[in-house]
Structure formats: C-alpha cells, structure tokens
Design a protein around this ligand. Sequence first.
Ligand code: ZN
Ligand code: ZN
Length: 403
Amino acid sequence: MKANCWYDQYDVRVEDVPDPKILDPRDAVVKITSTAICGSDLHLYDGYIPTMEKGDILGHEFMGEVVETGPQVKNLKRGDRVVVPFPISCGDCFFCKRQLFSLCENSNPNAAVAEKLWGHSPCGIFGYSHSLGGYAGGQAQYARVPFADVGPMKIENDLPDEQVLFLSDILPTGYMAAENCNIEPGDTVAVWGCGPVGQFAIKSAYLLGAERVIAIDRFPERLRMASEKAGAETINYEETSTLKTLNEMTGGRGPDSCIDAVGMEAHSCGIVGIYDRVKQATMSETERPQALREAILACRKGGTVSVPGVYGGLADKIPLGAIVNKALTVKSGQTHVHRYMRPLLERIEKGEIDPSFVITHTMSLDDAPKGYEIFQKKQDECIKIVLKPWANGLLEHDAKNGA
Ligand SMILES: [Zn+2]
Ligand SMILES: [Zn+2]
C-alpha cells in the first residue's frame, strides 16, 4: 500500500510499504477513505518531537471501511464505515473506566520512554513517535486499529467523509478545550490560535453558552474564518497589543476563560520571541510558549486557562505568580476523544455544527509532501488539508475548496 512516511525534519515521502495485518484478536484493519494533516503533525515535520524513526507512517486523523477484524471484535464487521479516534485505548483500565481515554495504561508499549519525560505515560497515539507507542499512522491506504472493539465509531448516515472525519481528533479537541472552561451563560472566552482546533473551540464555546468569543491570530485568512464561519470577534496581534485590547473589550476585567490552541511553536514578536527561539534551538527549552503566557496574563481573576495546544517538555518564563495570585484554574490533556464522538456526531446530524468549514484543501495522498510544505509555510491560505488515499492522482492539481 501507499503511505506517507517521516524521514527527517521537512522530509516526508509517499512510499510503497507492506499492508498492515491483524496482530491481536482485538485489531481491525481499515481501508482509509479520508485522512487529514493535523497542526500537531507539523511538530513532527519541524523535528520537535523526539523518538521518530525514518520510515514511520504519519497521521492520526482518519476514517474508512473495515476490511478485516480480529476474532474478539464483535461490534464491527467487514464493510462498516468508521471514524477512528486518535488515542488508542483499551476500554478496561483504571483510566478508560473513568472515561479518561487518552490516559489509557495499556496502549503504550514504550511507556518507559514517556515516563522518563513526564513521570507517567499517556495512551499510545497513531503515527506520533515511538515514545507514544510507535504505531503506524493513517496517512496511508490502510491502517491497523488496535482495540477496535473500543475505538472506532460506526457511521450509519450518509454524511460525506468531510463532515465526520474530524470526529477523529480536532472537533472533540476544540470541544473539550471549551468544556474545560466551565462556561457559564454570559461568559467571554478568548481563543489564541485560529487553526482548525481554535475554530472548533470558538464554535464549541458558543454551543456551551458563551456570549462572546474573541479570537487571536495574525493570519488574515484565519481571522476571517474565525469571524465569518465561527462567529468570533477577532484580534490581529501584529497590529495591536493583545492584552490591552482584551482588557478594553472586557471592561478591564479580562476574559472569563482563555484557550491556548497554539501550543509549542508559538510565533511571537519582539524580545521574548527571540529568547524562545534561541532557547528552543539550543535545546534548553522545548517550547515557545508565548500563547500560554498571554492566556495566563489575560485571564480574569478566578478564571480558567484551557490548553489543548500540544506541549512536549519544558517551558520557560511561565507566569506562575499570575496563576497563584489570580486564583486561576489550568486544565489540559490529550483529548478523551471516545467520550465525545457520539454526542458530537449527534450535533452534526442535527445540523448544529458542520465541521467541514475548516477544509481549505483536498489532495491525493501522493501530494502529502506538498501538503505538509504549504501547511507548514502557511501558503495558499492553507488551514486544513484532507488527503484522499485512493485518488490515484485524480486530484493531482489539488482542489482548493471554495476557489
Ligand atoms: Zn490531530
Ligand atoms: Zn485503557
């Protein structure tokens, strides 16, 4: 089969690799009809996530058709259409029983590596380094899905892939980020980063009762989408001081909750940005946490800072004093996707949200290297790329949606 493989920083290649096989009685093999490139894949592409090996198959957002099941998978059969959640979870352990699926204790065979970094290991994740399990990802024509009796959700409507694919990650991730804010009616929520997760965090904040959502970014096309499609008020941080503007917009009090949907590769202006770039380049800091710093400083006293953005290691100059003295709550975590798939599918079916609005590009899998490049460089107003593994080059000159 064809798969998009990681080789090095800025080097991914579509190659012929062996088809996946059932290795465990709880496995299924899925023929992938749609897959996507995630903002968190860029951290791999940019070389910031350790324990990647040459030839690793990328991708953790995918859906398709079941072609084979292990003998213990009773809930799925050949031909079922499924969306696969990015966390790999056993369904039986202490954490899975508490619906904390991304903390599963049984799905990361390389937990010892993660334990050295973080004290304890989260679950295994498709296509996301050997420290998170070394699982082959879904930017491929087929994938092996472990614990298939727990993870994949059957899609029994005729909604197109584009409307349900993002149940695999970014829609639940944006939703959990908003849910972590404990939004009360009338609240104002600020969202740093208008990538796809930021867009869904905005939408979800409204669904959960926020009165105002203020979105912060610097790319005009992202701010436009946040405003026109997700309904946010917007701040371009290159044109104005974010903190000052947020204070002015909230009568001096600050937003009730702040969501950092940027993560470890934040861009920032001025001396702090230079400081982070130097420290990250010399490996004495793994993150450039500018969005998180601002979210903490902007948040109103007693408010919540929610962090769906990906961080991997150590960060400098986090205003801990602000967290303590303003009595802030900080919530984070890899998304417990399994918990959100069904309720969010129902919201899609009812027409409360149509996640396909974030898609700017559809390409064949063969074009994945080009996709990574334009996404990384933020070229061509790229916000979200869907890859079609079976397009056989039909989409060679990629369809730019809406163009
Ligand atoms: Zn993702
Ligand atoms: Zn588990």
